[in-house]
Design a protein around this ligand. Sequence first.
Ligand code: PMP
Length: 375
Amino acid sequence: MTSDLSKSWIADRTKSFDSSGIRKVFDLAAKIKNPINLSIGQPDFDVPENIKRSCIDAIEAGKNGYAPTQGIPALRERLQNEVDNRFGHDDRQVIITSGTSGGLMLGLLSMINPGDEVILFDPYFVMYPALIQLCGGVPIFIDTYPDFRIDPNHVAKAITPKTKLILFNSPSNPTGVTASVDEVRGLAELANHHGVALISDEIYSGFLFDGELATPANYNPETIVIDGFSKSYGMTGWRLGYMHGPSALMQTILKLQQYSFVCAPTPVQWSALAALDTDMSGYVADYRSKRDRIVAGLQDDFELVVPGGAFYLFPKAPGGDASAFVNKALERDLLILPGSIFSRRNSHFRISFAASDETLDRGIEALKSLAQAAV
Ligand code: PMP
């Protein structure tokens, strides 16, 4: 039974977005016995043993209290050194956050005033419009179909006196597309020219299949970079991220962190030191071959853009109606997500290839036969 009284307590800011699209798919999924699950946004491998061990050691050694708001010195200083060596910016400060999501939320809260416009690229990570609206901001979508590339000229046209920031993500969730040096340089210079903030969500920086990450921070020293340990080390449930950017902003974010998350989980911060010493290249090679497997399996029957990173593919739904296609897939026990969750269009669907090769092969077979039936 739901209480009508408690409904009247709910603040207006929560009503500007809903999450029913995703819930619907997961509710349907719960009814399937042995689903071919290609909907999950997390690695299918477990946390490597040495990282688990160091977390357990930290807990057993009593490292269980609050950490400093900005993170334990050993981890913060290590990441700060890496960032300094990489970028050489004199005003770039690292802070440790409760997941990438924690950094994202505090970053947006500390910059967006009600009515501020935030530019983002469609398709987008599902949290972005919701968080922007929660802060009173106005999302301004730049459509990147059909190749999911960023055209700085389109961005330039979207900039108004109200534009506060640009929210950018590469490799991308949900497309897996990795932006080129020219794209990120164009974006970085544009933000710089207009005095607009630029957030670069680089959570998939560990999953790159065809070369190095192009980051706007190389071309605009004010870029705010958000990254984390969730995807790179299979630590999604451990809630650890970090961000770096201009120190005045990082200090403000810390003030908010102090009065909200307090700190990222202390034992997990200790284990992150072990994570940074762990070679994940074998895992990435494995995911590269999963990418190749799914692309080879589907490219004759689907219109798709080959992903350069992350673990997603965002093909066009045969017939052009993603919800209808996702429902047909469900009839074959296949779980994929409709594009409408990540986009104002509903023409494409997201596949996560973070799954066993056996699951991928079952998924490829089901998708091929659905596409052939649709012809
Ligand atoms: N950004 C993007 C683009 C993501 O896909 C995700 C996770 N799905 C996050 C941020 C959040 O990751 P976490 O909070 O686990 O670090």
